[in-house]
Each structure stands twice: as structure tokens, then as C-alpha cells.
Design a protein around this ligand. Structure first.
Ligand code: GTP
Ligand code: SPV
Ligand code: MN
Length: 599
């Protein structure tokens, strides 16, 4: 057959993978709308996609996964390095040869009777010095259509790659979606990803978590840059000045929402504007000016649907009103449109739930969301970045944006205050390393359990967590004008379990304090955990029901709760093991000493 490239590395690998998986056909994906339309038509005919109301939702489709395949599967995700220590204790590890032998059995003949699609794609702008290329082989049209939204797909990627072996080899087969043989495996030493028996986003859109975080974090350490689970947000001041922050929150903890926030009226009236550069992944490099620069390597958003509404995130809502693939949301059969919990207060009378069954909203039970909700709690929209009303012009800049502040954050009902600032880069890296958050529906397993999730990267570091922390510390030394590092928590609750802070657009109030700190414009109180705002320095103008006293409450540091946390951190560090940098232990000891002294 004719190939759109003569790259021997690509063709040899493709031959090997085709020999193993034995597809009936091989089709190269050229990135054209014409080809995508043909694939969509096929997917509609097979039922893989459902066409939605094209008047209300032009270019929008619905897909339902099988019921056991609705989230990332961390327990079945592996880092296969030659030495087990290089993957570390936080990752699952398999010997590369053993893993390949095991998976080869599963892949053999898995594409019989199917077509193998060959997707050449770029993470970040094709031809830019920061771009990295990948090829994903898949037997799923759903994957092809999602990759065409999430990454830059087309033959220009092959042209840019030329004869080079420098591309990430991704192999995906749905096989028979057998949960007990589902594997998401990474061979960072070989630039290779193998995924089998799933058809859910994070497990199969290999450019995203598998490449742009796990493989890229490994490459970043080797090459002196960083791949992080971070949104990138731009703030424009009334005088026209622009500032950029990145923020790492664990899955389903508010990155997309912060990245697309709309300023509250009081701040909009003063002239503040906000732009989105990225909502999930940032690649960070030291610029010639000695600052840290961030690019968003993706080309779309794979966003959480539930909770997205006209009040919480109108920009996301508008982004997914066209050219969008919805996964596992609820179908309103009267209007042939979509619905999810938290969209509005009018659940459809006639509807089909995410499982594909007729659905009665009256039977919804908060305690059993997965079985009684219309949309799955981890239902998603795949939407194009270009359709986002607040997309930053800087999104198109190959060099990205200079970063003023790095923000860590998690979902903590009690311990973490609304915001605090670290005292140095090293202390900031420590703050990242001790992050914790309540688990969410974005990964299979229990929801609402506090677990340590360093830098929001626990599921996404492609090597030993201790080495990853060492890399953070080394980067600090290499960035002459390093960003300041902060920690936020939008999720403190009152005694009834209600969130105290209004969140969403009002989070800009906290971001402005952060940027004021970076510019040296505002003071702070020093506490055992770092700098905490003076309550009156958080602008609450126009906020109903929030007083300076509420803010004071949100900013309290409960010494006993923190001392309890310190014990938990010690256990976690022990679990991470021998490669935890000494400096992190120094920081931990100093934190404990300050907490004890403050009692
Ligand atoms: P991933 O795509 O999984 O990485 O998630 P994410 O970090 O982008 O999370 P997202 O912004 O999609 O938010 C997840 C959930 O948290 C949604 O249900 C939101 O409505 C909710 N959420 C986001 N921001 C806030 C906030 O400031 N306050 C509260 N209370 N909830 C929020
Ligand atoms: C996350 O879980 O952090 C996501 C969704 O962004 S997924 O692509 O499935 O990983
Ligand atoms: Mn994410």
C-alpha cells in the first residue's frame, strides 16, 4: 500500500504492530474534515456514535462506553522500566520483556475483522521547537475522532518528523474490552505506550496522560524541562498588563473551571479580564530571559460534564455547544440534546441515562450516583480549544507564556486553608510533594477518600516519585527568575458539609492576591505552613454572604490537624522510599518543628 511517509522507523514499527494485531485494513488518518466525516458516518451506522440535534448542537455526537470502562484505571496502569527502582514504589511496575510477552498474547489477532487507523499527531504546535510527535495505532473510530479534537493530527506531522526516529509509538486496541485484561503500559526507555481492552479517554487517547504526562515527564527530566498536570491561566489587569499562572489540581478538582473562569461582576467592572491558555497539561521550560515558560501541548479539552453550567463555567458550556463528542452523559429524547447533573434544575422528563437505559430523575439518589444519575459522574465532553470563547491569543504562541506563579491545590474538607504561599522554591516543591486530596470519579475506585497526590501527578509520573521531586528541586536552581509557589483549597466545608467558599469565578479574588504577592504589592502573616493573607486583603466586594470573618475562618491553620497530617506525610515519604531527596525531609522536619513551637 501507499504510505504518506518513507520514515523507516515508522514503517517498520507499523509492520510489526500490524503483524501482531492482524487488522483487515490499515487506514492513515490525514486530519481532513472529509475523512473525519466518513468515519463519523461509519460510527453512526454501527451505533458507536449517536447524532445529536444538529440545530441546537451542530457537529455534536454522543458516545457511551461499556459500563465497566468509565474512568482511568490506575491499578492497571504500569511503568515498565528496566530497573524496578526507576519506576519507584508509587507506580505499578512490570519487567518490560515480561510485560510485552504477556500483552503480545492479548494483542495477537485483536484487530482481526477490523481496521487499524494510523494517527500521526503533534503535542503542541507542529514545527515549533517545543513540539513532540506521536503516532497512535488504534482500532477505535471513537479514538480517532477524539484525537482529532485533542491533538493536532495530519500528514504535516509526518513531514515535520522526516526520517527521525524521535516519535512516541502508541498502540491501542479495544480488543474485547475485557476488564480483567485491561492494561495501560508505558515503556519510557523506548518511547512506547501500549493500551488494551479499554475505550475510555484517559486510557486510550494516548497523546494525553500517557504521552504528554507520563512519557513527557520522563523526557523532561532527561532534557531539563517539566511536564505537569497544570492549567495555564492569563489575567489582564485594568491597565492592560498581563500575568500568567499555572495550577496543578488533581483530576476533577477544578482545573478546567479555573482555566475558563469569568471574573465576578465587581472585578469585571474594574476592568479585569481572564483568558485560558490550557486546562489540563503544561509543558514548562526555562526561557532565555531566565523565566519559566509554559505551553499547552493539547488542542482541545476533555472536560468533566457534571457541574458545568451557565453559572459555574459558561465558557466551557459554550465551548461544547458545537463540534463536540459527549461521553456517558444523559440523552434528552424529546429534544435529542444532552443533560447532566448540575447543568440546570430541569432534568429531562424523557431520557436515556449513561448506561443506555430509560431514566427517571425522580429516582436519583445522591448516595448512589453511579447507578441513579442520568450522566455518569465522570462523563466528559471532548471539545476544540478554538471554540472556547476565552481562549488566549497566547495559546497560539509556540514559545508559550511566562509564568509568575505556580499554584497547587486539592480537595480538602478541613486542613488546608483557602490559600497560602511557600517561602522559597524548595519549600514550594515541598508543598507540592505533600499535596493531598479527596479522590474523585475520574479514576476507578472509592470516591472521597483523602490520599496524597504530589503535584497532582501521583497517577501521571513516568518514573520514580523521589527522582521527580529531585527534578523539581534541580529546576529551581536552573530558573533564575522562578515563579512563586502557592497552595489553594476551594473545598473547605462547614459542619453541614457545604462548601464555604463560593469558588468558580470568585476564585479570581484569590488569584489576584497571589499575583499581588508576586509583585510585592501586599503583605501577609507568617504561619508554620507559610505566608497566609491578612483576611482584609482578599477582595470580597460584591460577594453575598461572605464577610471578612468568613475569610478569616477559611484562612485558619489548625495546628493539631496539621500535626496529624505530618504523621501521614512521614508514612507517605517512607512509601515513596529511598529516593526522597534529603531536602524534602529537612523541610518536613522544619514544618513539624514550627507547628510544635506554635502550640
Ligand atoms: P480533570 O479533567 O479530571 O483533570 O478535572 P479538572 O481538574 O479540570 O476539574 P473540573 O474543573 O472539571 O472540575 C471538576 C468538578 O469540580 C466539577 O464538578 C466542578 O463543578 C467542581 N468545581 C470546580 N471548581 C470548583 C470550585 O471552585 N468550587 C467548587 N465547590 N467546586 C468546583
Ligand atoms: C484526568 O483524569 O485528570 C483527566 C481525564 O483529565 S483523563 O483524560 O481521563 O485522564
Ligand atoms: Mn486531568
Amino acid at each position: 500500500m501507499n504510505h504518506p511517509t518513507n520514515n523507516a522507523f515508522v514503517l517498520d514499527w507499523l509492520n510489526d504492530m500490524a503483524a501482531m494485531t492482524q487488522p483487515d485494513n490499515i487506514v492513515w488518518i490525514d486530519g481532513s474534515e472529509e475523512q473525519a466525516a466518513g468515519l463519523r458516518a461509519q460510527a453512526l451506522a454501527s451505533g458507536e456514535l449517536i447524532q445529536l440535534n444538529q440545530e441546537k448542537l451542530p457537529g455534536c455526537y454522543l458516545h457511551r462506553t461499556v459500563q465497566n470502562d468509565v474512568a482511568r484505571v490506575e491499578g492497571r496502569t504500569f511503568i515498565c522500566t528496566t530497573k524496578k527502582e526507576d519506576a519507584g514504589n508509587i507506580n505499578n511496575w512490570m519487567d518490560p520483556a515480561e510485560c510485552k510477552a504477556k500483552l503480545t498474547k492479548l494483542y495477537t489477532g485483536s484487530m482481526k475483522g477490523r481496521t487499524m487507523y494510523v494517527i500521526p499527531y503533534s503535542m503542541s504546535i507542529v514545527g515549533s521547537p517545543f513540539a513532540k510527535y506521536g503516532i497512535e495505532l488504534t482500532d477505535s473510530i471513537y479514538v480517532v475522532l477524539n484525537m482529532e479534537i485533542m491533538t493536532r493530527v495530519g500528514y504535516n506531522v509526518l513531514d515535520a518528523l522526516g526520517d527521525s526516529p524521535d516519535f512516541i509509538k502508541g498502540l491501542h486496541s479495544k480488543a474485547n474490552l475485557d476488564e480483567s485484561n485491561r492494561y495501560i503500559v508505558h515503556f519510557p526507555e523506548e518511547n512506547t505506550i501500549w493500551s488494551i481492552n479499554s475505550n475510555y479517554g484517559g486510557n486510550v487517547l494516548l497523546g494525553k496522560k500517557c504521552f504528554a504526562l507520563r512519557i513527557a515527564s520522563y523526557l523532561g527530566r532527561k532534557e531539563g524541562w517539566m511536564a505537569e498536570h497544570m492549567l495555564i491561566l492569563g489575567v489582564t489587569y485594568p491597565d492592560g498588563q498581563k500575568k500568567y499562572v499555572t495550577a496543578a489540581f488533581p483530576s476533577a478538582c477544578g482545573k478546567t473551571n479555573l482555566a475558563m473562569l469569568i471574573p465576578p461582576k465587581a472585578l469585571a467592572d474594574k476592568g479585569y479580564k481572564v483568558e485560558c491558555v490550557g486546562d489540563d497539561i503544561a509543558w514548562l521550560r526555562v526561557g532565555e530571559d531566565g523565566r519559566l515558560w509554559a505551553v499547552n501541548p493539547e488542542n482541545g479539552f476533555f472536560g468533566v460534564a457534571p457541574g458545568t453550567n451557565e453559572h459555574s463555567n459558561p465558557n466551557a458550556l459554550h465551548t461544547c455547544m458545537k463540534d463536540t463528542i459527549f461521553t456517558n452523559v444523559c440523552l434528552n429524547t424529546d429534544t435529542n440534546t444532552v443533560w447532566w447533573e448540575g447543568l440546570d434544575k430541569n432534568p429531562p422528563e424523557h431520557a436515556i441515562n449513561w448506561k443506555g437505559e430509560p431514566w427517571d430523575y425522580r429516582k436519583y439518589d445522591k448516595a448512589d450516583k453511579v447507578n441513579t444519575s442520568g450522566a455518569h459522574p465522570n462523563s466528559r465532553f471532548t471539545a476544540k480549544a478554538v471554540n472556547c470563547p476565552c481562549l488566549s491569543p497566547a495559546y497560539y504562541r509556540p514559545e508559550g507564556v511566562p509564568v509568575d506563579a505556580i499554584i497547587f491545590g486539592g480537595r480538602r474538607a478541613k486542613t488546608a486553608p483557602l490559600v497560602y504561599q511557600s517561602t522559597s522554591w524548595q519549600n514550594g516543591a515541598f508543598v507540592g510533594s505533600i499535596m493531598a486530596s479527596e479522590t474523585t470519579a475520574a479514576a476507578a475506585g472509592a470516591v472521597g477518600v483523602v490520599r496524597r497526590d504530589p503535584m497532582a501527578m501521583r497517577p501521571f509520573v513516568g518514573y520514580n516519585m523521589g527522582d521527580y521531586w529531585a527534578h523539581w528541586l534541580e529546576m529551581g536552581v536552573r530558573i533564575p527568575h522562578a515563579p512563586k509557589i502557592f497552595h489553594v483549597n476551594w473545598f473547605r466545608t462547614d459542619d453541614e458539609g457545604n462548601f464555604i467558599w463560593p469558588g468558580f469565578g470568585d476564585n479570581l479574588r484569590v488569584v489576584l492576591w497571589i499575583l499581588d504577592r508576586c509583585a510585592g504589592r501586599v503583605g501577609a502573616d507568617i504561619t508554620p505552613i507559610g505566608y497566609v493573607p491578612k483576611a482584609e486583603d482578599i477582595d470580597i466586594e460584591g460577594l453575598d454572604g461572605i464577610t471578612v470573618d468568613t475569610v478569616k475562618d477559611l484562612l485558619t491553620v489548625d495546628t493539631d490537624a496539621w500535626l496529624e497530617d505530618v504523621e501521614n506525610i512521614k508514612a507517605f515519604y517512607a512509601q515513596v522510599g529511598e529516593r526522597v531527596p534529603e531536602a524534602m525531609y529537612d523541610e518536613l522536619a522544619a514544618l513539624e518543628a514550627r507547628l510544635r513551637a506554635s502550640k
